[in-house]
Design a protein around this ligand. Structure first.
Ligand code: NBP
Length: 477
């Protein structure tokens, strides 16, 4: 009567994950700080599989077969440390603590290091798909020691989502914090995807003049093509929904202030530390912040904008096609930026992350699941050391085909005064990368002028300084 896996922390995520393990034939020990949740789980769902309810930490640990596999699904941050401190003294070398919460990867690195000293394997495990995913199959991003995956991996493969080709949406991402890092970037990309979809909606509404119901239809059509994805699908559902109380489109009765829990912000903060330009993700995070500044927005309402102009029906339809191109091209750019961030972390932390495998495990279960991810995997499979997704011939060709429309959409948005920070940042990134020369040369000149910061020359090795306050001759720096 021993459990192959234990779950402590039985709020929505932990409860559903425990049920998922049980439904897949594993005996699951369950535990929660407040025991009523544990009993409620067994009372409500006990017939779904084998559960062992434990009231105390000691009973919980005793219920687990060795090496113990203990999944922690509590609130990220201090609660996770508290739980680790409670359980670690009860464990033996070779046992495993698996943190399925949304931990910051730096915390995961620290916890892994501390527990390693006791011989405990600490697995920081990103889980995506919300409560529905946790129950029916999430995308799972475990890090930690590779050897822990030998025994844990097959269980995770069973409970994970499966991609269309049947492959489980889980892989050993890399050592220590790699799993939580990749989960964080997943969420950053999710922010960018949502922002781009939001901009497409706003343009279809304000420039093309479509109603939410008509826009829902447009998104449904897009969902049949290369944009086929969970987020496009649910966007159509949300836009088609009518508020029962007022009969108005649901989207018009919701307060337009977006909230956030922090993983998007982390993605940007860490990108800044790593020096990786994730402008699309940053604009998405900033757009949410801006939306929440109600009094600032109220005070700014009177500011001048352009004269409104309407499109004819045929112009509107043509515009909608262009918006699809702009959305797709911008999406390629946000994924390019997100994968760049993972690649930079791989170099910084010496993580052996397979970028193709990462895109493969995002194909099912998670919020950004999309047909598109198959293409990313194909790009990395064709060339593992791809410097950037934009270097892939297929993506480069698609952007080449989309760019005229992409530019036109941003021109129209600018003319009509519709903000498109995501589309615009993506295009600026694209144009900056392909530029022959950047004004960074001028920046270097300015820096040398005011701070003698020196510069490099295009024609000679070394570093140089111009005597700006003197005769402006050049000396070596
Ligand atoms: P919450 O994040 O709301 O956490 C509630 C759980 O944490 C309860 O079981 C609670 O026990 C426990 N807990 C707290 Br709070 N402080 C504790 C402490 N000091 N010691 C022991 N237990 C403590 O739950 P959730 O929404 O199910 O999320 C769980 C984790 O999964 C989080 O890290 C979250 O970020 C992550 N996640 C959530 C989603 C999602 O869609 N919700 C998706 C992916 C990942 P109690 O019952 O005794 O108060």
């Amino acid at each position: 009567n021993s459990a192959q896996i234990g779950v402590t922390g039985l709020a929505v995520m932990g409860r559903n994950l425990a049920r998922n393990f049980a439904r897949n034939g594993y005996t699951v020990a369950v535990h929660n700080r407040t025991p009523s949740r544990t009993h409620a789980l067994v009372a409500e769902f006990g017939d779904e599989g084998e559960f062992i309810a434990a009231e105390t930490a000691k009973d919980f640990v005793a219920a687990l077969e060795r090496p113990r596999r203990l999944v922690v699904m509590v609130k990220a941050g201090e609660p996770t440390d508290a739980v680790i401190q409670e359980f670690a003294p009860l464990l033996e070398p070779g046992d495993m603590i698996i943190d399925g919460g949304n931990a910051h990867f730096a915390d995961t690195r620290r916890r892994e290091r501390e527990l390693r000293e006791q011989g405990i394997h600490f697995v920081g495990m990103g889980v995506s798909g919300g409560e529905e995913g946790a129950l029916n199959g999430p995308s799972i991003m475990p890090g930690g020691p590779k050897e822990s995956y030998d025994s844990l991996g097959p269980m995770l493969e069973k409970i994970s989502a499966k991609a269309k080709d049947g492959a489980p949406c889980v892989t050993h991402v890399g050592p220590d914090g790699a799993g939580h890092f990749v989960k964080m970037v997943h969420n950053g990309i999710e922010y960018a995807d949502m922002q781009l979809i939001g901009e497409a909606y706003q343009l279809l509404r304000e420039v093309a003049g479509y109603s939410p119901a008509q826009i829902a239809e447009i998104f449904r059509t897009w969902n049949q093509g290369r944009l086929d994805s969970y987020l496009i699908e649910i966007t159509a559902e949300v836009l088609a929904h009518v508020d029962a109380a007022t009969g108005k489109p649901f989207v018009d009765v919701v307060v337009d202030q977006a909230e956030q829990k922090g993983t998007g912000r982390w993605t940007v903060q860490i990108a800044l530390d790593l020096g990786v330009p994730v402008s699309g993700i940053a604009e998405a995070v900033f757009a949410r912040s801006l939306s929440g500044h109600a009094s600032l927005r109220e005070a700014s309402r009177h500011l001048a904008g352009p004269k409104a102009s309407a499109l004819s029906e045929s112009e509107a339809a043509a515009f909608a096609d262009r918006v699809e191109q702009a959305l797709y091209a911008s999406k390629i750019v946000s994924y390019t930026q997100g994968f760049h961030e993972i690649d930079a972390a791989r170099a910084e932390y010496d993580w052996d992350i397979d970028l193709g495998a990462v895109s493969a495990i995002w194909r099912g279960g998670c919020i950004i699941r999309a047909a598109f991810l198959d293409r990313i995997r194909a790009a990395y499979d064709a060339r593992a050391d791809l410097p950037s997704l934009l270097s892939d011939e297929t993506f480069a060709a698609e952007i080449a085909a989309a760019q005229d429309d992409w530019r036109e959409v941003i021109v129209a948005a600018t003319r009509q005064g519709v903000p498109t920070p995501g589309f615009s940042a993506a295009l600026a990134y694209y144009d900056a990368l392909r530029a022959e020369r950047l004004p960074a040369a001028l920046t270097q000149g300015q820096r040398d002028f005011f701070g003698a910061h020196t510069y490099r020359r295009v024609d000679r090795e070394g570093s140089f300084h111009t005597l700006w306050g003197g005769d402006r001759s050049e000396v070596t720096g």
